[in-house]
Design a binder for this molecule. Sequence first.
Ligand SMILES: Nc1nc2c(ncn2[C@@H]2O[C@H](COP(=O)(O)OP(=O)(O)OP(=O)(O)O)[C@@H](O)[C@H]2O)c(=O)[nH]1
Ligand SMILES: [Mg+2]
Length: 205
Amino acid sequence: MKHTAARLGIGGAVGSGKTALLECLIPLLKDREIEVAVVTNDLLTTEDADRLKKKAILPDRRITGVETGSCPHTAIREDPTMNLLAIQDLELLFPQLDLILIESGGDNLASTFSYDLVDAYMFVIDVGAGDDIPRKNGPGFVGADLTVINKIDLAPYVGADLDVIRRDTAIYRQGKPAVFTNCKTGEGLEEVMGFILQNVLFHQK
Ligand SMILES: Nc1nc2c(ncn2[C@@H]2O[C@H](COP(=O)(O)OP(=O)(O)OP(=O)(O)O)[C@@H](O)[C@H]2O)c(=O)[nH]1
Ligand SMILES: [Mg+2]
C-alpha cells in the first residue's frame, strides 16, 4: 500500500506565531525521526518559506512557498488546489514523508481549513492581542482540532489574564484541547508534539 503523509494545518491571525511554531516543532519532529516537509501560504510573497530556508530548518526542497494571490482563506478552504498540487510535488520528491505541515497565510478568527486539504488543523492565537479572543467565538478558533495560545510571556505586559483565556477557551471549545505556548523558550511545545504524535500520526505511547 502506498505510504501517504499526514497533513496538519497551522492557521491563525497575522503575526500570532505560526512560523515561529514551525521553527520550534520541526527540530522536535526531526529528533523523533519523523520525515517532515512544509508548505507555507503568503498572499504575494514566499516570505515564510524563505525564512525557514534561511534558517536551514529543513533542506530547501522540503519547503514550498505558495503565493495565494488572493485571500489566504480561499487557498486553504474554498479552493485548496494550489496547496494540493504543492503537496503532490513534495510527495513525489519525498515518498518517505510522514507529515506535511501547512501554514496558512495570516487571517482572521474565521479562518478554517478544508478537511480535503488537511487531516487536522491547529489555530494559533496571540495573547498579546488580548484575553477576549476566545469569547469572540471565531470558527477557526472554535473548530480547530488544537488551539495554540501563544506568546504567554507577553501576558503581563498587555494586561491579559491567562486564567480568563483558559476559562473561555474551555467554554467555547467545549473542552477540545488547547495548549499554552511560548515559542521563545519552547514552553508548551512538548504538549503540542504530544497532540501531533497521538492525533495526527497515531503513534502508540
Ligand atoms: N514574545 C514572543 N514573541 C513571539 C512568540 N512567538 C512568536 N513571536 C514573535 O511574533 C512575531 C510574529 O511571529 P511569526 O512566527 O512570524 O507569526 P506568523 O503567525 O507566522 O505571522 P504571519 O505568517 O505573517 O501571519 C515574530 O517577531 C516572532 O518572533 C512568543 O511565544 N513570544
Ligand atoms: Mg508566518
